[in-house]
Ligand binder design. Structure first.
Ligand code: HEC
Length: 502
């Protein structure tokens, strides 16, 4: 071998090993800037910035751990089952690069090859809103105590009907605002209740949720998005926005004055659309009762969709004991699709998972939901020590559970038929719970626990028991027909409110 060939060979080997060596500028920065820096930058939700070589190098070891066990980036759908458009999780190869980089001694590489940090617009992520409304006064959230659910009225002063293509929420103090629900109130009852309550907003009084139009919500950690596929929410003129905010005191007294940006549209919705929650109403009538210490409590629910529709997104909701959240769709031809599969539910990270392609669900598609709860002392997220028996309720130390798909229809009749089937589902659950006489539905039938609740429960049970002709404690499909009519005519279904979007 001549010396010049040797030099050539040597330099080839050197450049090959330089290429193989994982460095910041070429390999790590593209991942971190795209998949981490949305939150890990100044003024955002994450505790430190990951926006340059020095800051990323400082956290290199920790990053290997949190990417390796998939706690970061936060994304709770199990990998490999469903393709979501907003998936921010890393591939196996990307995860391996972090440990290779650490093993190589976290070299910087050639700074000239560093990609630009994506620019995130300041303020409103969806651009300048058509209208911004803010809570008229700050609300004081105490240092300690129970979770607070409070409604705030924000007049929109619209003199004509309109459509909304998106809503963006800005929490006043992101450390205590857990999630919110948006309603439109055309009754004026929200304003009255606000005026009658001396503190900002109002608590239990005022219009029921069913008297208002539900138009979605926002959860901790979710990014704002315009509605997809040309869909719109309808906003009747003169309606007020009522925002129900769920506050979770965090040890320090603070005030919150949140804002909402509205993005209006001249165009009406491209298609009728709504939600299919399984079980409906956050599992209120599911009869959830979890024993103290129970390691894996399972709840199941099944709903058959009566009409054709297309699902475009899915989300789940439970509180701190929730663990496994799964929904499959079994089509009439027998094929089964995963809609959501998470083995590691996390209350802190609730978001809409948007399907890469809308999924066609023909009439007769069966949705099967499995929810599991861990009420043992070993569950690090269990808010109660030692664990207590937990039933359905709205406080974060109670439990609930639902998986909801967002669906588009071709006609309004399809949507109405689906809403009616969901109401029947609830009526059937109400019948089952009344026959069981479970404590967990006392609040619903009686308004309050105690003697009056027990009386109301008994009063509602008697006609159902009378329908049970063979006295086996269950109703046959035929016996259910008048039972459902009885439940539908009673106050219960009305109190539960609307079931989907108008
Ligand atoms: C959607 C927002 C978001 C994204 C994207 C994100 N993080 Fe985080 N990260 C957070 C928040 C919030 C915390 C604080 C921990 C918590 O409250 O759960 C955190 C904490 C961390 C921590 C500290 C963990 C600990 O135990 O203290 C590391 C390390 C980290 N993130 C790395 C990353 C890396 C690496 C990426 C990208 C591959 C990433 N994060 C993407 C929001 C995010």
């Amino acid at each position: 071998m001549t010396s010049s060939t040797r030099i050539l060979l040597l330099s080839l080997i050197l450049s090959a090993s330089a290429q193989a060596e994982v460095n910041f500028s070429e390999h790590i920065a593209p991942i971190v800037f795209n998949n981490c820096a949305t939150c890990h930058r100044e003024g955002q939700i994450a505790p430190f910035a990951l926006t340059d070589y020095a800051s990323v190098k400082k956290h290199a070891k920790q990053m290997v751990e949190v990417t390796g066990d998939r706690t970061m980036p936060p994304w709770h759908a199990d990998p490999g089952f469903i393709e979501y458009a907003n998936d921010r999780s890393l591939s196996k190869d990307q995860i391996a690069l972090f440990s290779d980089w650490l093993a190589a001694g976290t070299p910087e590489g050639d700074p000239a090859k560093l990609p630009a940090l994506p620019v995130i617009p300041e303020g409103w992520q969806l651009g300048k809103p058509s209208q911004i409304v803010t809570m008229p006064e700050p609300f004081t959230v105490p240092a300690e105590g129970n979770d607070i659910y409070r409604k705030f009225v924000m007049p929109l002063n619209l003199d004509h009907d309109t459509w909304v293509s998106g809503v963006e929420f800005h929490p006043g103090d992101p450390k205590v605002v857990h999630h919110i629900l948006y309603y439109l109130d055309s009754t004026g009852k929200g304003r009255q209740a606000d005026a009658a309550d001396p503190s900002p907003g109002f608590g239990g009084n005022g219009p029921s949720n069913g008297e208002m139009r539900y138009i979605g919500g926002w959860d901790v950690g979710s990014q704002p998005n315009l509605l997809p596929h040309g869909l719109r929410w309808f906003v009747p003129k003169g309606s007020d926005l009522v925002v129900q905010i769920h506050y979770h005191p965090n040890g320090k007294e603070t005030t919150d004055q949140s804002s909402v940006g509205f993005y209006y549209s001249e165009e009406p919705t491209a298609r009728p659309w709504s939600i299919i929650p399984v079980p409906p109403h956050f599992g209120m009538l599911q009869g959830i009762e979890i024993d103290a210490g129970e390691k894996e409590h399972i709840e199941k629910a099944t709903f058959t969709i009566p009409t054709d529709c297309e699902a475009f997104a899915v989300n789940a909701h439970a509180h701190y004991l929730g663990k496994r959240m799964e929904m499959t769709a079994t089509l009439p031809d027998g094929t089964t699709h995963w809609m959501l599969k998470t083995s590691n539910w996390d209350f802190q990270w609730q978001e809409d998972y948007t399907f890469k392609q809308p999924i066609k669900l023909p009439a007769g598609t069966r949705l099967d939901v499995t929810l599991s709860y861990d009420n043992s002392a070993e569950n690090p997220r269990n808010p109660t020590h030692p664990p207590k028996r937990v039933i359905w309720g709205t406080s974060t130390t109670d439990e609930m559970g639902v998986i909801t798909i967002q669906v588009m229809f071709n006609t309004k009749e399809q949507k109405d038929t689906t809403h009616q089937a969901l109401r029947d589902f609830l009526a059937n659950q109400m019948i089952d719970r009344l026959l069981e006489g479970k404590e967990s539905i006392m609040d619903l039938v009686g308004g309050r626990r105690g003697k009056s609740a027990a009386k109301a429960l008994e009063a509602a049970r008697l006609p159902l028991l009378a329908l049970d002709l063979d006295h086996d404690g269950k109703l046959t499909p035929e016996e259910r027909i008048p039972a459902i009519a009885f439940i539908m005519a009673g106050p219960f279904m009305k109190n539960l409110g609307a079931i989907g979007f108008d």
